[in-house]
Design a protein around this ligand. Sequence first.
Ligand code: NAD
Length: 390
Amino acid sequence: MINGIKPLERSLRWGMVGGGGTSQIGYIHRSAALRDGTFSLLAGAFDIDAQRGRLFGQSLGIAAERCYPDYATLFREEAARVDGIEAVSIATPNNTHFAICQAALAAGLHVVCEKPLCFTVEEAQALVELSQKQHKIIGVTYGYAGHQLILQARQMIADGLLGEIRIINMQFAHGFHAAAVELDNPSTRWRVDPRFVGPSYVLGDLATHPLFLAETMVPQLKVKRLMCSRQSFVKTRAPLEDNAYVLMEYDNGAVGSLWCSAVNSGSMHGQKVRVVGEKASLEWWDEQPNQLRFEVQGEPVRILERGMPYLDPIALADDRIGGGHSEGLFEAWSNLYRRFALAMDATDRRDRNFLADFWYPDVAAGTMGVRWVENCVRSADAGASWVEFR
Ligand code: NAD
């Protein structure tokens, strides 16, 4: 159980790029990183608007001279300080992730990067190589994966409670962009512009979340081939899709489907993962993250509740308040940031034994997301053809 005792003897000196006062995602990064005392926020280049970013950083209590106008200055000036930052989080629009990640690693920083990590597999591989060369980690904020019942599902599947896995149904289908809201909303505008998001909208923005949840639950399954059909229901978004269906075949003969959509009118989030085995199924829904459905063929449905003693120790390790009390996305992200800190510390100590079994959304997970989107786009653009996964 997590009870506020710091898991490390010190706090990692931490900075942010993006995540400014007007951003959607900046606050949850800060809340999660600061929750357990594993990070101290000491510097940042928080905003594309330098002056706004400086004022925002100061309002967070950061020294004026450490609120920088841009990420290049942040990395250069901090590297010159004996108490400079050791880690940085990148929470900017997607087209900037690759360059900022590269610059951060080159400056000797550990990185937490928003998804998608970058736009091409070549870029992802370059980041993998640079992170290895620099002995620094890249964590990716697939935030929902920090919910405790995801690791419970992983353990139950590993323990064989479902039998051989046959089917994985995934979806992340909300309705918030059923109309052209980007006309009035700057945070949505860049999401439907290829200059900022590359080759996809909902495949990269939404689908990689349940894809990673399924990978976490069933890590042994590898995608063999897939087929993707994508649509732009709000016509001005073409060629970017606001809805897509993906069918997948895995190497063990299992099949999967993923529906991602921003035009699922009336739906809040609609993110679900259902794993079907030969004996039983598991289902998790991000709008009810404290419950996991366990359905054994021929028996009444069981709803497993977060924080209860019947859960596996792997799920209870991240419990913060005990069963019955609801935890949410902020706790899930805190669990991930705690893991990022432990991975950074172990990497600095070259502790290979610790890292060998230590799970967190890492650069391989980020690379898989990029690779999967690339394959989906290749399939969709070839008229929704089956393509070998490469
Ligand atoms: P946003 O448009 O609301 O905010 C972007 C922020 O980045 C703003 O503060 C902007 O001023 C700043 N910025 C832009 N370019 C910059 C630069 N070059 N240097 C410094 N700051 C810069 O976007 P958002 O919704 O917060 O999304 C940011 C990232 O987070 C995206 O990659 C998005 O995909 C990701 N995101 C992830 C999740 C998740 O669940 N993991 C959820 C939402 C968004």
